[in-house]
Design a protein around this ligand. Sequence first.
Ligand code: AMP
Length: 227
Amino acid sequence: MLDTAKNIAPVLILLGPPGAGKGTQARMLEEQFGFVQLSTGDLLRAAVAAGTEAGQRAKAVMEAGQLVSDDIVIAILRDRMAEDDCAKGVILDGFPRTAVQAEALDDLLAETGQKIDAAISLEVDDAAMVTRIAGRYTCGGCGEGYHDSFKQPAKAGTCDKCGGTEMKRRADDNAETVASRLEAYHAQTAPLITYYKGQGALIGIDAMGEIEDIAAKMSAIVKTATA
Ligand code: AMP
């Protein structure tokens, strides 16, 4: 049990396969509502880069496109959620990804008498995800996302947002790994749609359109769910 658990409100979950736009949408909601985007993928990549014990255990699994063990991910999430800024509300991006993680999150929230406000499922076609993922990259300075085909910066190699010139591509954003990541999603994460439906928390959204249109729909959903 976490003795540093804080009352965090609201708690939103973004569900969807890799490439569905969870990170992009979470960042937009973070800017609009002041919530904290909490991506276990980002936390794990930071642990790998820092060479922590958890990072060393996670590295090969992430490179193979498989899921990191529940104990590692849950511990990382609990630590992060105990930080002060999370009291503003969190958008969970990429967590939970298994039934064990979903139950651990429910238990963690129950410690402060809370539950999830909404689990938003981004519905997309798998076939489009490979192209989306293989072409994406981010600014190393501010994290703004770009894409070779869909969203180039105005000046090639320079971030529109912060002017940074160091663009990064993820080691696991390649066609082979994407296939494993999609498989892991369908086998282990998609069943959570039923789990949150059972809690009355699930909201499905067609996420195949333009980023701004989806963002507008998300924003309306979040306003209603957190009103
Ligand atoms: P993401 O940035 O969400 O696409 O995650 C990148 C990789 O980190 C995934 O392919 C997994 O290997 C690992 N990962 C991130 N979040 C989780 C999680 N909640 N459970 C297990 N593995 C995760």
